[in-house]
Design a protein around this ligand. Structure first.
Ligand code: NDP
Length: 274
């Protein structure tokens, strides 16, 4: 019987996950089906249990259900535990296993697809919402020199920095706190680009050879990428690679085989820019 997977979200119509997983299944010759499932805002848990009862083997979870998914799991990976959010579910008998592949996807895109080594780098993470939190553990595991979390609401950045501060120094504050500092990698994990807004970034924060990375993606450069280029970032990238790589990580968890991503990413890029 064909194994069934899905993505739960609300809204979910825009999701590219079915396209990505169908390509991965074809590449790795897996007999599986992957669909979109619109869960009611007050009915996420019931939707997951209905899918399990119908033979579902696993699922992705997107906005706004990642924290609810975290609470629903009977077991969590360490990175999901630290992220406080789950984007990948695996159903095994009575168990619902939860993982968070967003951070691993981001790190893989930066280090592998963009060939940017994170070791010893000074990282600035803009934003302190779910996406920022989910990526901190994998970013720190790549052994940067330091990491600063800057956010519009300083208290959220400070709390996140305190939670993740370790052998690698993690500091946090509002955007004014980064004045006079410079960074090798600046990641935009705010949703400002979604609203077409730019961020109050002080001048001089992009070091020579720096990479500016926007988790948002779309046709052409995002507002953040345009701003970063104008302020001196040497290279810019959007989050389409992160999207494909987090999917590959989830696929590997479910199917025990890691799909090649390069052609899938290139085709998605062509579709988006068409
Ligand atoms: P959240 O709603 O959890 O957090 C939003 C963050 O953006 C907060 O830190 C908020 O600051 C900040 N923010 C919102 N508007 C502005 C603004 N105008 N100026 C400054 N800061 C602002 O969202 P997520 O963390 O879930 O998502 C963040 C982004 O990451 C989205 O663009 C999303 O599409 C993207 N993403 C991409 C993925 C991928 O695979 N490529 C995966 C996951 C997310 P404050 O705390 O002050 O409100």
């Amino acid at each position: 019987m064909t194994d069934r997977y899905c993505v739960f979200g609300n809204p979910v119509a825009h999701s590219k996950s079915p396209t990505i997983h169908a390509r991965f299944a074809a590449i790795t010759q897996q007999d599986m089906d992957y669909e979109k499932r619109l869960a009611p805002l007050d009915g996420f848990t019931a939707s997951v249990h209905a899918f399990i009862a119908a033979g579902g083997r696993g699922a992705n979870v997107t906005v706004p259900f990642k924290e609810q998914a975290f609470r629903l799991c009977s077991r969590l990976s360490q990175r999901a535990e630290r992220a406080g959010a789950v984007n990948t579910l695996l159903f095994e008998g009575e168990e619902v296993l939860g993982d968070n592949t967003d951070g691993a996807g981001l790190v893989r895109d930066i280090t592998h697809n963009l060939s940017f080594d994170l070791t010893g780098r000074r990282i600035l993470l803009l934003g302190a919402g779910g996406a920022a939190r989910g990526t901190l553990e994998p970013l720190l595991a790549a052994q940067p020199a330091s990491l600063f979390v800057a956010n519009r609401s300083a208290d959220k950045a400070e709390a996140l920095a305190a939670f993740f501060n370790s052998v690698i120094t993690v500091n946090g504050g509002n955007f004014a706190k980064i004045a006079g500092k410079s960074f090798d990698l600046i990641i935009n994990a705010t949703s400002a680009s979604l609203a077409g807004q730019t961020l109050p970034l002080p001048p001089g924060i992009f070091a020579a050879g720096s990479l500016a990375y926007d988790m948002m993606y779309g046709k052409g450069d995002t507002p953040f990428m345009q701003q970063a280029r104008a302020q001196g970032a040497e290279r810019c990238a959007d989050g389409l690679g992160m999207l494909v790589e987090q999917a590959a990580e989830a696929f590997a968890l479910w199917r025990k085989v890691r799909p090649e991503t390069a052609a899938v990413l290139a085709d998605l890029r062509t579709q988006i820019n068409a």
